[in-house]
Each structure stands twice: as C-alpha cells, then as structure tokens.
Design a protein around this ligand. Sequence first.
Ligand code: CA
Length: 403
Amino acid sequence: MEKIYTENLIPLMTSYTTPFGKVDYGGDAYLVYGGYNYEPYHLFGTGQFSSASSKGIWVSYEFEKPERIVKYTLRTHSWLYERSPKSWTFDAWDGTQWIVLDTRDNQPQWTNTDKREYEIKNSYYYKKYRINLKNSWGSYIHLSRMEMMGELPNKSFILHEGEYKKFNPKILGKDPKIDVVPKMTSDTSPLGKVTARGAYNPAWQAFDKDSSTYWYDNGSSASNPSWLQYEFDSPKIINKIALDSLIITGSAYGIKEFTLLGSNDGLNYDSLLSVDNHPNRSTKETYQFNNKNEYLIYKLKFGLSYHNYYTLVSSFEMYEMATPNTPAFWSTISTTVPTSNQFIEKGIDSLFPLLNRTLTQLEPFPMIQRNDILVSGEVGKVFSKTIDLKKYFDIRSIRTEVK
Ligand SMILES: [Ca+2]
C-alpha cells in the first residue's frame, strides 16, 4: 500500500532554538561572506546555509518528542548550485551514537531548481536526526532547505452490506508442550532476565536447556534462603514447571523444599505452588498446578535442600496453560462512516493479505438429494449444492462423487 507522508515536521527555524526544537552542527564552521552568516539553522529556515570549506559538515535537528522520520527533502541554492552536496548520510541519534539510516554517494549534479526527495526505511522513533554532508560538487557545501517527514497511518475498513468491518486474523493458541523460557546464554540474553540470591555458578545455566550445566548457590541459610527468578519480556500464564538438580556432595542433591511465586512488579508475589519433598535424585520432575493469572516474573524460593540450604538447579522449565487457536473473524465497527479515531484505533493495517487471491482446494461438502424435481416417469437421482460465486470465483474444476 502506498505510504502517505506528513507535512514537514520541522518548523521554519529563525534561530538555533526558535520557534521550537534545536539545531546543532559539527565537523566544520559555517561560511561568513559578504556580510551574511550562512548559519546551519538556515537549512530549516528561509535563509541560506553553507560550510566554510569542503571538508564536510553535519547539521542536526532535535524534535521536542521522538518522531519516526521516513522521508527527507533537500533543495539547492538558486545560485552556486554546483556547491550542492555530492555524498552524505542521513542519521538518527539513538542516545549513544549516530545510526546511519540512508547513504547517498556520488549523487548527480544539481540544477538551480532541484528539490530532491529521499524515502528511507526507519522503524524507530528518534528525537534527533542529522544530515552528515561529506562533500559537494564545488569548494563549499551549500544547501538552501531541508525537510523531514513522518508517515501518516494508513488504515482501512471493508464496507460490506452497509457495515464497516474489520478483519481479525487467526491468533495461534498456546502450546503447553513448549518450555517458554528461551535457551539462555547469559542472565539477559536472548530475552528476559535471570536473577538469583547468589550464584557460585551462573544463574542463567538453569535456563540453558542443558541438564549438565547448573546454577549453584552455596551461601544460603535458613535465615537467608536461596531463590531463583526469571522475568519474561511479556506476561504469561504458567501452570506447569519442570525442575532438575544434580549432586552437590556425596549423595545429596540440591532441591528439596521450594515455593513457586508469581509477580508482575517484583514487589508483590502470589504463591502458586509449594513442594516439600522434591526427590533426592537427578531426574526432571514436573509439577502441574492451578494458575489462571498472567505473571511477568516467576520465582522459586527454596527452603531446606538435601545439603543444608545450598541449592543447585540444572533445569528450570516453564510451560503455559493451553489455549485454543482463535479463528479469523470479521467484526463490525460501525454502520456509518467511521470516525478518524475509529480508523486509527481499529482500522486494518494492510489490506494486502485480504485481497491476495490464492488458488485453493476446498474440503468436500455434501450435496442435497433433490429427486423431488424429477417428474413422473424420469429415472435417476438429482443432487444439488449452492456455490456462492461472490465468495468463490474463477473456479477451475468441480468434482462430484457419489458414495
Ligand atoms: Ca542447565
């Protein structure tokens, strides 16, 4: 679907900070010539901008709130337009460094009327963007004007029999057989966050899907009991866990008593499961429990183990409550032309998959016997089935089968 762009989001600047936002520059000074200051803020105003030399200069604009810029324009001076830029990048500041969003090398010569538009791919909202001008066709780098545009949301409904409808795609249900903790390679990679009371061996090794590696906490006591916690990146309804331990010393394994807690803020915890007799062996024990609440954080709080209060967990797996797939369906949003808010909040993002026709083979459906339409004396059997040609068109073949 074609993109619709906003107006230029930068106001007509009359200084580095008025009327709002902030212009900055670096890499070179600006040109002062003939009593005129070719200052960088003029790039976003009515004046003219030029660097003091040809060594390269960048000019940034900082918005008051983050914007997702997906297009920018550049306009030449009407004179000395051969000093317009030849190579540059368009960058965004992510708070730490400049991220290159667009690279233009050896652009064609400009004319004195050129205004060029550059569409870019950018998924993120940044406050500050810059053009980093590398060189020009002449001895200075001149430009008259720069604009930056965002994208307007492009939302649709389908008008069908007097109703404005939205298509709601199929949502996959939860598979209760999948351990939803990813295979961790550190306390925070690839997703979520592992924490523990103590970690003589790294806590993430309880979540690395390898039963030979483990988390071990050997400083815990009755007054300072051990705990192990995983924070998901989105809340989940966990109603089954699997736990596995290994020998700490002699024939003592590292899990005996524990409570499983759920929390959404890391401060208030609900108790979900209590176990005081986890077996003294290394086999994966599964615990199913009744939980219908979503939690972001799941925490194991340990009591006594088979070796004092020391704790060792080689595997801590979590499983979600099974939910069925939600089939795709149409919902009616309005029977009058929807408001702009309804479009923005509920509109369909892309009509493409809906309008994308595919050739498909339908499941067989039974026909209705209609021998009643035979007139007296006629022999044989008659079957009937109505096919909705609004729904199924360009039918390539129909096969009938009498069983
Ligand atoms: Ca492990």
